[in-house]
Design a protein around this ligand. Structure first.
Ligand code: HMG
Ligand code: MG
Length: 291
């Protein structure tokens, strides 16, 4: 039997949160509808964060209200706190994703609090999501290095991953936020995380700033991971990780996986069209915002 590897599609959230141009909701909806035709099981559609911090995704409710939901696709939203969770639930998110940094510097820059404070803040979010029966995903950011603090010790990543699982996350996605990771560093980080979590509860979320994301996916596959985040057209980055480029391009990940003999369930022609559409949406693909 062919081994299935899931790609979780990020272009509409991670991909668009860093664009200079504020993209109208209708264009975001058109992108998500195209992505829905590609065969993804999960599409991260938007975030419900402070519009003061990320104005690009301030229209999350409008986007969620207007997408054509395809049966079998889970539409996810990123949330930083209870306020964001409640907005995501009202908007009908099938899955919510909470996020914690493995480094203090990025935590401060991205969500204005320490790692410990963010975990406290996310406790009621997790409890509510579990009570509401909404799937809960977790992210760990800066799993290899932080733009403010430098290299991240693998043990710090394992610690945060373990805490996210203890909150009830069904899966923890490991973010190389600035895309500096090399395969050996990814392997060292994964070794530490795999000591506290099974590979079936982990995903790789690799930004492709240094062009090594595919190599990092290969090493992660070898270590048992079977879920990877990717962004159609390679769009994206984080406004609070200066210089970081987008997630690895979904087309490249799908092609790699097919070459290696894995099944992805994706329609590569539809994906190629969706990726072209995504790239046409952005004013200057891959260019980060100046703030
Ligand atoms: P704060 O300023 O410390 O806290 O922000 P606050 O509670 O005082 O909120 C400020 C204002 O935002 C208030 O409005 C709140 O009501 C409002 P005001 O009273 O001034 O009018 N507010 C909200 N509005 C709508 N929805 C909400 C919400 N929360 C507060 N959910 C906060 C703290 C966490 C809110 C802020 O720092 C924030 O929103 N940060 C998010 C930054 C972000 O989205 N970064 C990108 C996503 S993470 C990422 O990309 C990494 C990832 O891809 C993995 C990887 O690559 O590593 C996931
Ligand atoms: Mg990211």
């Amino acid at each position: 039997m062919v081994d299935f590897v899931e790609i979780v599609e990020m272009a509409a959230r991670d991909g668009l949160q860093n664009e200079k141009r504020i993209i109208p909701a209708a264009e975001k909806v058109a992108l998500i509808d195209r992505l829905s035709a590609c065969g993804f099981r999960r599409i991260e559609a938007t975030s419900f964060v402070s519009p003061k911090w990320v104005p690009q995704l301030a229209d999350g409710a409008e986007v969620m209200a207007n997408i054509k939901r395809r049966p079998g696709v889970r539409y996810a939203a990123l949330v930083p706190n209870l306020k964001g969770y409640e907005a995501a639930r009202t908007a009908g998110a099938d899955e919510v994703a909470i996020f914690v940094s493995a480094s203090e510097g990025f935590s401060r820059a991205n969500i204005n609090c320490s790692i410990a404070e963010s975990l406290e803040r996310l406790k009621p979010v997790a409890e509510q999501a579990l009570a509401d029966g909404i799937a809960l995903r977790g992210y760990v950011s800066c799993v290899v290095a932080c733009p403010y603090d430098g290299p991240t010790p693998p043990g710090a990543v394992a610690d945060v991953a373990q805490r996210l699982l203890a909150l009830g996350c069904h899966e923890v996605s490991l973010g190389d936020t600035i895309g500096s990771g090399r395969p050996l560093e990814i392997a060292a980080m994964l070794s530490a995380v795999l000591a506290v979590a099974p590979p079936g509860q982990l995903a790789g979320h690799y930004h492709d700033t240094s062009g090594r994301a595919l190599d990092n996916i290969r090493v992660s596959l070898d270590m048992g991971l079977r879920v990877f985040d990717a962004s159609a057209g390679g769009l994206g980055g984080c406004p609070y990780a200066p210089g970081a480029k987008g997630n690895v391009d979904t087309r490249a990940v799908a092609a790699l996986l097919e070459d290696l003999g894995y099944s992805t369930g994706l329609d590569l022609l539809q994906l190629s069209e969706a990726a072209d559409f995504a790239r046409a949406l952005v004013a200057a693909p891959g260019e980060e915002q100046s703030r």
